[in-house]
Design a protein around this ligand. Sequence first.
Ligand code: CP
Ligand code: NVA
Length: 316
Amino acid sequence: MSNLLAIDDISEDFAEILEWAITFKGDQEVAPSFTPLDGMSVGSIYEKPSTRTRVSFEVGIDKLGGNALTLLKGDIQLGKSETVGDTAQVLSRYLGAITYRCYAHADVVELAEKSSVPVINALSYKHHPCQAAADLMTIMENKDDLKNVKIAWVGDGNNVLHDLLLAGAILGCDVYWAVPKGYEPDSDVVERAEKLAEISGSKLCQTHDPIEAVTDADVVYTDVFISMGEEDLVDKINDFKGFQINDELVSHAKKDYLFMHCLPAHRGDEVTDSVMDSDNSVVFDQAENRMWAQMSLLTYLIDQEAWSTYSELMEY
Ligand code: CP
Ligand code: NVA
């Protein structure tokens, strides 16, 4: 049984999972009646708010013939009178899979250890693999050869960067990340990405200079400077002066660069309206692709046979 806690859990089949999602998105014939989750319920636990993750999972599960149950932390026993491990064992008796948005990454690890059904990390403080799947799917839709793509991250060394870095390294993209001193990504994640890059030929490069990262980039990516759970760190934003994605900074990127953001965006902080709303921006395609990428992932993790059957049928 497979879980998805970080994007490198599915390194081997990652490219095919994304091709599956792109094919499925454009397929008007077979996809509408493809229901591998028929008769199954998938539960999603949220300790933090969500718009994209919640709606894209609910709608995607529904489209695959399943029943989506959203479990908000305030409404269930988890964290009050019940442990993560006991919750996992109880939910496994009812559900075909569990998605979990939590604070501590250790909690989703524990849920996966104790669950007898697949567990998908729907964002922890350390990883956001579903976002990276949608992001690389969006890049694939727009760029012919991923091995010639330079991704520039400008901002915090956070959960979204961690999985973007791993995902880029799996697929052979060059990834440059510009972060203020003290906000570097976790070293164990960088080490994992470096190992993947040795196989794929990616170039990985950390800098503290946003212009160095963005120069000649095909993709310019940012995220909020203050993540969920860090609301008390009000002064953190002062450390990100010079890290805003604005017209001047993107003038160093390739002309046909893609602007990407996982959303929600804090317009005026990490990105200006002029960049968010420019023709280069694919942020709403990314949001849509959360659903298609997760439908591929759900099918892959829950019913490998149905997933392979669809691949063979579509012969992409
Ligand atoms: N990008 C993302 O995960 O958005 P939500 O917080 O709205 O789910
Ligand atoms: N880094 C952000 C991503 C939100 C989708 C957070 O964790 O809040």
